[in-house]
Design a binder for this molecule. Structure first.
Ligand code: SR1
Ligand code: MG
Length: 426
């Protein structure tokens, strides 16, 4: 399917009607076994937008995700197009081709805005595992490779201009989801917006200082402009730790990236920034989540560095081996014997992506503290003063990432600043 479906036949499912619908899809009865009346259905969605069902039969199980015509978190007063399911499916197909660390798709029913996919088990959402201080040591590397491969292979470093423009045009229709990010990430947290949702009264003064900070406001608009204008690659668009599932299996660690409904052509640094932000939020929240927080914080710092290091290493490999697109063409470098020139270009390219990533990380941290849709790492903290301290520290670093991103040259320096923030902000 290459165009948004006609949603005339759309009917929202309930736990009572999912089995009946699934039974109409080719191969599903064999996959689940038995009779549809034998299948059990559980609604497990804990995200902000959709309904997600796990359907289990005698022979197996699947995950069913259906978009609603509104935002689940808020209700019918906030309509949201069903087409986000079309873009999610289109992104999953491309991410599977480029990298593979996504759930297997069993069936896509476009007009029902419904995706039937692999039930990832015994996986858990990475955010939950981090809050419980579990260690999934392969996740940072696997997601670093995911970012490098999906971003490189969907960009004009790998595609012709014509191919890339067709892809940009396809995903350009996902405007409603982009608008959520434009508002909730880049706009609302910087004004006294009714949609904001922060810890009052403990955070009142800190948040008021954000609203009154002209440098922060200008820098965030620079990032918003980049988000809206720079169609560099197919970005996941919502790559937080709730969009990653992790498991220790008999075959080793398994890690999958899920939920790319916010996918669009945007700046490469956006996905890197999103994951970095969420790992840093967990880092600052650790005082609330058990004894000896420094031990787990050190591990998190290693994961953040591993994520960025893996991205740069894998992206560099692809730059040297798969750069067949119209940008940075070999005709201008290798074919002219200019091996140094293409390496200098790579260094500059990665530096810019990294700088963008730091800015977007700061933006993403700020929105989760001031705006709608916070994260459980912080909002789950019961002791209000502990939460407020964690949030003030996170905001202090976020400001540096947004405003001073041009002066922070490595992820190691980000970690140093995070450590300094722990000492300086209370
Ligand atoms: C109204 S949607 C709120 C948030 O949920 C998603 O996970 C995205 O992060 C979005 O900004
Ligand atoms: Mg999601």
């Amino acid at each position: 399917m290459t165009t948004v479906p006609d949603y005339g036949p759309y009917r929202p499912l309930t736990t009572d009607t999912v089995a009946e619908r699934l039974a109409t899809y080719v191969g599903m009865a064999e996959r689940l076994g038995g009779h549809p009346t034998d299948w059990t259905v559980r609604e497990v969605g804990d995200g902000n937008l959709n309904f997600v069902y796990i359907v289990t039969g005698p022979a197996g199980s699947v995950c069913v995700k259906q978009a609603l015509p509104f935002v689940r978190l808020v209700g019918e007063s906030w309509p949201l197009p069903l087409s986000r399911s079309f873009y999610e499916h289109a992104a999953l197909v491309r991410q599977d081709k480029a990298n593979g660390s996504v759930p297997e798709i069993h069936h896509f029913d476009g007009p029902q805005a419904l995706i039937v996919m692999e039930n990832l088990t015994p996986h858990v959402i990475w955010r939950k595992a981090l809050i419980e201080r579990q260690r999934h040591g392969a996740a940072a590397r696997i997601v670093g490779e995911f970012c490098a491969e999906t971003l490189f292979r969907t960009s004009t470093l790998a595609l012709s201009a014509e191919q890339a423009k067709a892809e940009i045009a396809l995903f350009a229709g996902n405007t409603a989801l982009a608008k959520i990010t434009e508002d909730l990430v880049f706009t609302d947290p910087y004004t006294n917006h009714p949609m904001n949702d922060f810890l009052r009264p403990e955070m009142d003064a800190t948040v008021a200082a954000v609203w009154g900070d002209p440098q922060w406001r200008a820098a965030i608009q620079d990032l918003k402009f980049a988000f809206m204008s720079r169609a560099e690659a197919l970005v996941h668009g919502d790559l937080h730790t709730g969009s990653i599932m992790v498991a220790h299996t008999d075959a080793g660690e398994d890690v999958r990236v899920i939920d790319p409904e916010f996918a669009f052509y945007g700046p490469m640094g956006f996905d890197l920034g999103a994951l970095t932000a969420n790992l840093l939020l967990n880092y600052f929240a650790q005082d609330a989540w058990g004894e000896q927080p420094a031990v787990y914080r050190d591990w998190l710092a290693e994961q953040i560095q591993c994520f960025h290091g893996t991205f740069a290493r894998r992206f560099s490999e692809l730059w040297r081996s798969e750069r067949g697109g119209d940008a940075f063409s070999a005709a201008l470098f290798e074919e002219r014997g200019d091996k140094d020139g293409i390496e200098i270009a790579l260094t500059g390219f990665l530096e810019r992506v990294e700088r963008d990533a730091l800015g977007f990380a700061g933006a993403k941290m700020t929105r989760r503290i001031i705006g709608l849709a916070g994260v459980a790492d912080l909002r789950g903290i019961e002791r209000r003063e502990v939460r407020a301290t964690a949030e003030r520290r996170a905001l202090a670093l976020a400001r540096q990432l947004v405003v001073e991103r041009g002066e922070i040259h490595t992820i190691g320096h980000v970690i140093e600043r995070a450590e300094r923030t722990l000492r300086d902000v209370s």
